[in-house]
Design a binder for this molecule. Structure first.
Ligand code: EPZ
Length: 440
C-alpha cells in the first residue's frame, strides 16, 4: 500500500451544513470495470468516482491489455480486443480483492490465468474458499501458491454448476456471476448475496447480452450465452458515502443534503438513523439529513442485504457515543471490525467489546473468541487526539469523531480513506468542516 499524501487536522464542534454530491459506488464500479473483460467490444462507464481504488483497477486492466480512454473526467471507455497477458503480477498481492474477480473472465478469454491473492486485512482473514470451490465446480483446475493462484480450464471452457454458497458472500456471488455468464449451460447460485451493487453488475451484464435472473430465496440463475457485447453503464450512487455524510450531519447537529442519494438504497439505514434521533427528507436533488431530537441508544445487528450493512456500522458507533444510554452493536459479517474502538476510547468514548453475540441471535462467530460485539455507553464528550486510520470505513468513523471532539485532531493513515471516499477533505470543507490537509 502506498503512503499518505497528507494528514488531516480537524477542529471539531462545528455543525456541518450544506450540500455534497454523492460519488458512484466504489463497490460497484470496480466490478463493472472487471465485467468489461468479458467482451472484445468497447464498454463505457460513466459517473466514475475519483478514488484511488479506481486507478488501481485501471492499472491492472491496462497490464492485461485493456485499452483505456477517458471520454471526460468521469467517463471511461475500455476495450479489451486481445488479452495481452492473462496473468497479473504478484506485486498486486494483498492490494485488493479485485484480481480474484478476474479469474472467470480471463479463463473465458485465455483458458488460464495466475492471479495474486488478496491476503487478509485488518477487518478479518477474508478467505476466498467460496470463490475457489465455485470455480472448481465449474471445471476450473486450481493450484494455490503462497501469494497467488493459478487456474486453468479445458479447451471447451467453464461449464455450468449448481453452487450453494455457505454464506451469502458478495465477492463470491460476483465471481460466479462473472464466470457463469459465458459458461456452457445454466448455473444456479443458491444462498447468493443480493446487495444493490450486485444488482448493478447484473444490469450491466444484462445490457451486454447475459441472461441472469434473480429469483426468490437468494437464488440467482444464469443461462450461459456464447458471446457478450459492449455496453454503457453508470454505477449506482455510493450508499456507504450517503450514510457516512448522514451520520456526520446528525452527529454535528447540522444539516447535509446529499445530492444524488436514493432513499431505496439506504432504507434500512434510515430506520436506524431515525431510531437514534436523526431525520431525513427527500429533496428534489437527493436526501437531506439532520438531527431531530436528543439522541437515544439502539440495538443494531449488521447483516447481509437487506439488513443493516457492515460498512454502515462505524459511523453509527460514533453517533451512538453521543446518545444517552447503552447501545449494543453485533457485527455478524466480519469477525474483527471493532479494532478502531480503542482510539475512540482514548478520546473519551465508552465502548466495551465482547466475544459474545450480544443483542441478537447467535452468528457464525459465536464461541469463536472474536470481539465482534460492542456496548457503547453515552453520551461521552470526545477530546481531540492523534488518530491513525486502520482501514477505509474506520477512517470515516475517525473523521466523525474528530468533527465532534473538542480541539484539533491530527489524522494519519488518510490513504485508506482516500482509497474509497472521493475527495473527503474537500467535501467536508464544503459543508463547513474545519479541516486542513497537511502534505507529508
Ligand atoms: C464486499 O467485500 C465489499 N468489498 C466490502 O466493502 C463489504 O464490507 C462486503 O462486501 C460486505 O458487504 C468490495 O465490494 C470490494 P464478502 P467481500 O465476500 O465481497 C466471508 C469496504 O470498506 N467469506 O461478502 O470481500 C468473509 O470472510 C468493504 O468497502 C468467506 O469466509 O465480502 C466475510 O466474513 C470492506 N469465504 C463474509 O464472508 C469466502 O470465500 C462476507 O464477505 C468469501 C467470504
Amino acid at each position: 500500500m502506498s503512503s499518505d499524501r497528507h494528514r488531516y487536522a480537524i477542529t471539531g464542534r462545528r455543525p456541518l451544513s450544506g450540500a455534497v454530491e454523492v460519488a458512484g459506488a466504489k463497490n460497484a464500479v470496480t466490478k463493472l470495470l472487471v465485467a468489461t473483460l468479458l467482451t472484445e467490444d468497447p464498454c463505457t462507464i460513466s459517473g466514475v468516482p475519483k478514488i484511488a481504488e479506481v486507478g488501481i483497477v485501471l492499472g491492472m486492466l491496462a497490464d492485461l491489455g485493456t485499452g483505456i480512454e477517458w471520454v471526460d473526467d468521469r467517463t471511461v471507455r475500455l476495450t479489451t480486443r486481445h488479452i495481452a497477458t492473462a496473468s497479473l503480477s504478484e506485486a498486486y498481492s494483498g492490494v485488493n480483492r479485485i484480481p480474484i474477480l478476474m479469474m472467470g473472465p480471463l479463463l473465458h478469454r485465455a483458458g488460464e490465468t495466475t492471479i495474486p491473492l488478496p491476503g487478509g486485512c485488518r477487518i478479518g482473514k477474508r478467505p476466498i474458499d467460496f470463490h475457489l470451490a465455485g470455480l472448481r465446480a465449474m471445471g476450473a483446475q486450481i493450484t494455490e501458491q503462497p501469494r497467488s493462484v493459478s487456474v486453468k480450464v479445458a479447451a471447451d471452457g467453464l461449464r455450468a454448476a449448481h453452487i450453494t454458497l455457505p454464506y451469502p458472500s458478495v465477492g463470491a456471488t460476483e465471481n460466479l456471476l462473472l464466470s457463469a455468464v459465458l459458461a456452457r449451460g445454466t448455473t444456479i447460485i443458491d444462498n447468493a448475496a443480493v446487495e444493490p451493487e450486485i444488482m448493478d453488475l447484473i444490469l450491466m451484464l444484462q445490457q451486454m447480452g447475459a441472461l441472469v435472473s434473480v429469483e426468490v430465496d437468494r437464488r440467482i440463475v444464469i443461462e450461459g450465452v456464447p458471446r457478450l457485447r459492449g455496453a454503457s453503464h453508470r454505477p449506482l450512487p455510493d450508499r456507504i458515502e450517503v450514510a457516512s455524510f448522514a451520520a456526520a450531519a446528525v452527529a454535528t447537529g447540522g444539516r447535509i443534503e446529499v445530492i444524488g442519494a436514493v432513499q431505496e438504497h439506504v432504507a434500512t439505514f434510515l430506520n436506524y438513523l431515525r431510531k437514534v434521533g436523526g431525520e431525513f427528507e427527500v429533496t428534489s436533488r437527493g436526501l437531506a439529513f439532520y438531527q431531530a431530537r436528543e439522541l437515544t441508544p439502539v440495538p443494531v445487528q449488521t447483516d447481509v442485504h437487506p439488513g443493516y450493512m457492515t460498512d454502515w456500522q462505524q459511523p453509527l458507533v460514533v453517533l451512538l457515543t453521543q446518545a444517552s444510554g447503552a447501545s449494543v452493536i453485533h457485527e455478524t459479517v466480519y469477525e474483527n471490525r471493532f479494532g478502531y474502538a480503542e482510539q475512540l476510547n482514548a478520546m473519551g468514548a465508552g465502548i466495551a467489546l465482547s466475544t459474545a453475540c450480544l443483542g441478537g441471535k447467535a452468528c457464525r462467530f459465536a464461541l469463536r473468541d472474536f470481539q465482534h460485539s460492542a456496548v457503547v455507553i453515552g453520551p461521552t464528550p470526545l477530546r481531540a487526539g492523534p488518530l491513525e486510520i486502520p482501514d477505509l470505513r474506520a477512517g470515516f468513523a475517525y473523521i466523525m469523531a474528530a468533527l465532534i471532539a473538542d480541539g484539533t485532531s491530527v489524522i494519519t493513515g488518510t490513504r485508506y480513506l482516500e482509497r474509497g471516499y472521493e475527495d473527503p477533505a474537500g467535501k467536508l470543507r464544503s459543508v463547513g468542516a474545519a479541516i486542513e490537509t497537511i502534505p507529508v
